[in-house]
Design a binder for this molecule. Structure first.
Ligand code: GLU
Length: 486
């Protein structure tokens, strides 16, 4: 039997979940769910300078909102916990010592001044890369013991052997090769006793029995250091898969400067989690056809790492918006009703009350015309209150001196009907048009303007029916009074 498939999402809590992080989490999740594996959340919080209050809760909330449930994690535990690196410091120290004992790591007592000087010298020589010169590798055991006894600050460094080819296989990129001469003797334990990302990451992936490391391309250059560590410990390497970068439309790296990057920003703007997940899944992956609409369970079915692209994926907000519209349209009217009610409470109409029946009619009329739930309000405020203004362009084009008389005729007809249906409104309009020998359009445009203040919207007779006879008459009368044309 194959070894149990275990993957992890290992974010550093920097304050929010980046959409790129969501993509990494999603691919890990899909891969695990598709292959009966386990999906683990591990918080990599060993960089105390980057610590942000509330960041872990925020991350967890964003993952939960998106529906990416994990099997083990800081808040739910698991057999390989704790899942917060700051709670595992002793483990890293113990493994760093083990590496020292076998000659693959060493204490370094060099002062900041010396390191600075070394850097400057190497920069002057225009070396391709600034590297530590292994100065402390020559210290004798006695010297090291004395310095530690004297409480000199130290770090522990990885002892990278020169002239080696570091080769590993990446599921997405194929064989990747690095020259060890280009790899610095990476710090593994810092002078504050905290591990660096590299050591903690490798130790944890090993102890947590991670079988596949699926992460962003920005970590590819760290992987040779990790491979050296796995080999140094004599541990089996996991399989690696580095996901393509996310790009702005101008092909620069997706950054905060050019738009929203936090999952919570999208949530707060009214994007549906289904749409964001669907969109993010397509950033670097497709099933080999041009299908674009997926629910999460369908993604699980269709996903494979082999079909993830190497080249950067452009973050196209237009596509996200259209997926949002599509996911919205496929929701049942009942679901939309609950969502609209929640939205109304946050809106300028919070104090008004509308019957479910009326809201459902609005939903039905607007469903094909909105991309966001809040647009059931913002795109058609006239359903909730009478217009205060009338679109100027439409007045100029459609409101003639004789329009008030025409509309009065329409009012007279519908005033006689009890609870007019859509058909009744349409019949009344046809009748007035025939009487006046006018094209229907000549009546529809001013009528729409009178009841909604706008020149576009849902079907005219839907609109009238939803507003109801009293409101329609009241609005037409108000428009006749307010709109003056010479
Ligand atoms: N802590 C790293 C991050 O913030 C994890 C990278 C990895 O998955 O190894 O993304």
């Amino acid at each position: 039997m194959d070894k149990l498939l275990r993957v992890r999402f290992a974010p550093s809590p920097t304050g929010y979940l980046h959409v790129g992080g969501l993509r990494t989490a999603l691919y890990n999740y899909l891969f695990a769910r598709k292959n009966n594996g386990k999906f683990i959340l591990r918080i990599e919080d060993t960089d105390r300078n980057r610590y942000v209050e509330g960041a872990v809760e925020n991350l967890i909330n964003s993952l939960k909102w998106a529906g990416l449930d994990y099997d083990e994690g800081p808040d739910i535990g698991g057999v390989y916990g704790p899942y917060m690196q700051s709670q595992r410091l002793n483990i890293y120290k113990q493994y760093a010592k083990e590496l020292i004992n076998i000659g693959n790591a060493y204490y370094c007592f060099c002062s900041q001044e010396r390191l600075q000087k070394l850097r400057e010298e190497q920069e002057k020589q225009k070396l391709p890369q600034v590297k530590y010169d292994k100065h402390c590798l020559n210290l004798t055991t006695e010297e090291i013991e004395k310095k530690i006894k004297d409480k000199l600050p130290f770090v522990i460094r990885l002892n990278v052997k020169p002239n080696q080819k570091i080769i590993f296989n990446d599921i997405i990129r194929g064989q990747v090769e690095f020259d060890s001469n280009n790899i610095d003797d990476q710090i593994l334990i810092k002078s504050d006793d905290y591990p660096t990302y590299h050591l903690a990451n490798v130790v944890d992936d090993h102890l947590m029995k991670i079988s596949h490391v699926i992460r962003g391309e920005e970590w590819l250059s760290s992987t040779p250091k990790h491979v050296i560590l796995y080999d140094a410990f004599g541990w089996e390497r996991p399989k690696f898969a580095h996901l393509p970068l996310l790009l702005n439309p101008d092909k620069s790296k997706l950054s905060k400067r050019q738009g929203d990057v936090a999952v919570e920003d999208y949530r707060d703007k009214g994007y549906l989690k289904e749409a964001l997940i669907n969109f993010v899944a397509l950033l670097g992956w497709n099933a080999g056809d041009d299908r674009e609409f997926y629910y999460l369970n369908e993604l699980i079915e269709a996903f494979s790492l082999e079909r993830v692209n190497k080249s950067g994926a452009v973050f196209d907000i237009v596509k996200l918006n259209s997926l949002n519209a599509e996911h919205l349209r496929r929701k049942s009217n009942g679901e939309l009703l609950q969502m609209l009610k929640t939205e109304l409470i946050k809106s300028e109409f919070a104090d008004l009350s509308f019957s479910d029946e009326r809201l459902l009619l609005i939903i039905e009329a607007m469903k094909e015309r909105v991309s966001f739930v809040h647009e059931f309000i913002s795109n058609c405020k006239y359903f909730y209150k009478e217009p205060e203004e009338y679109e100027l362009k439409s007045i100029e084009k459609n409101w003639k001196p004789e329009t008030p008389d025409h509309l009065r005729k329409f009012i007279n007809l519908i005033a006689q009907i009890n609870n007019p249906s859509k058909q009744d409104y349409e019949n009344a309009l046809t009748k007035v048009a025939e009487e006046l020998n006018l094209g229907k359009g000549k009546l529809i445009h001013p009528l729409r303007l009178a009841v909604s203040g706008q020149s576009t919207g849902p079907g005219m007779f839907d609109l009238l029916y939803i507003l109801g006879k009293e409101e329609v008459i009241k609005r037409i009368e108000k428009a006749i009074e307010s709109i003056n044309v010479k």
